[in-house]
Design a protein around this ligand. Sequence first.
Ligand code: ADP
Length: 457
Amino acid sequence: MAKAGGLGDVVGALPKYQNQLGHIAKVVMPMYRTKFLYNNQWETVHKGYTHLGNWWFNYTVIREKTNKLGFDLYLVDIYGLLDREKIYGYGDDTERFTAFQVAVVDWLAAWKHQPDIVHVHDHHTALIPFMLQYCYAYQHLGKIRTVLTIHNAQYQGWMGWDKSHYLPAWDSWKSGMLEWNKTINPLASGIKCAWKVTTVSPTYLVEMRTAANGLEALLEYEKGKCSGILNGIDNVVWDPATDTYLGEHYTAETVEEGKQRNKKLLCEEYNLDPKKPLITFIGRLVGEKGADLLPQAIEDSFYYIGRKMNFLILGSGFPEIEAKLLAMKGLTRGDYNVYIGYDEGLSHLMYAGADFILMPSRVEPCGLNQLYALRYGTIPVVRNTGGLHDTVIDYGDKNGYGIRFNNASVGDMTHGIWRAVELYQQPQKMLDIRERIPLLDFSWEASVRSYLELYAS
Ligand code: ADP
């Protein structure tokens, strides 16, 4: 329905697998104007009228009719506020997501079902645990247990106290449950009010106690209710044997030929030399992902290692990084290209056609790219942090299959690229790793059970 990164992948897959295990999981999210909205059939299940401070608004809850995603998907339509093409990045995001949360709780209060658990994701929904407990109108919902999953602690949804009236009348003795560092901090409120808090890898959980954009002390204090559960990947959607975006389907047995054909397609399209190793980067072009290091690391690689490899970059983000990467196209000798934008199809083809994927992240709560890459037989070259630490073993270590480096620096990344080029020159070793990695199990099955145990607790 809508995806900007890993959160979209998780919320699209987790409920499907929960349902398969006999639970009833439903999803509610804002009604953005996306292709999925126009290409599917919907029925109205609720119409309501509520308010954000002094502003009264109508909202409509619609449901996808055919259950095609494997769960009931409900969308909240708030005319003029949520129904936009982008998910976030507007000046009124505070109003948009607060109104969304108010509407959801208002709908829950009128709904004929009462959930056992409400599971909220990131700051855009993190005020809901507070509202369920401390808004007078919703106190009959106060017994519903809540779980908050933190996909990224960098973004917290801060808002000034002048906006505290956005929430339906609440018990002002509880203002401390909204506050962190003298401002309303929705993510901090979620951490305080939710019954359980999870994050998307065990290592990121530990790292957050020393680096969580100001929430370190809170996470240390609340650590008793926190746990780290690794994201899975949807093996049905991400399967090189059936993926409709690929030029050639393949399995672990046919990985070598399958990848060659897809690589050839990519190289033709992006003017690259298929004989050289193809090193890619897919993701948001932001400092968190180490994307600012890419231009210099690529130039240094060409300079120090020689023009022995190709680079292909897919992403969008900071204009300065985009501009630098685009400008570098001028220096290419058929060994560098970049596509600025978001392109789901191209990303799938890149996972299939690339030899290596670069992830120099400064912060990586879980990271899905490396998991997709592994499934498609592509070797990850990653900084040793967060979920990357939990999922990638260096090929120099026992049972290893990836390349790890320790610092988010140009030097370390260039060294990682050098090791990739060295590895590529040992075809037997490459083949051994390539045949092994698609069989590693990072599917949802294991993670879903951990969530169900958490709910049960
Ligand atoms: P994050 O959620 O921090 O962005 P993750 O690694 O958890 O990072 O998830 C990123 C997801 O978004 C992956 O599915 C990746 O393929 C996808 N993605 C990121 N940028 C792009 C892009 N420009 N085009 C297509 N897919 C992208």
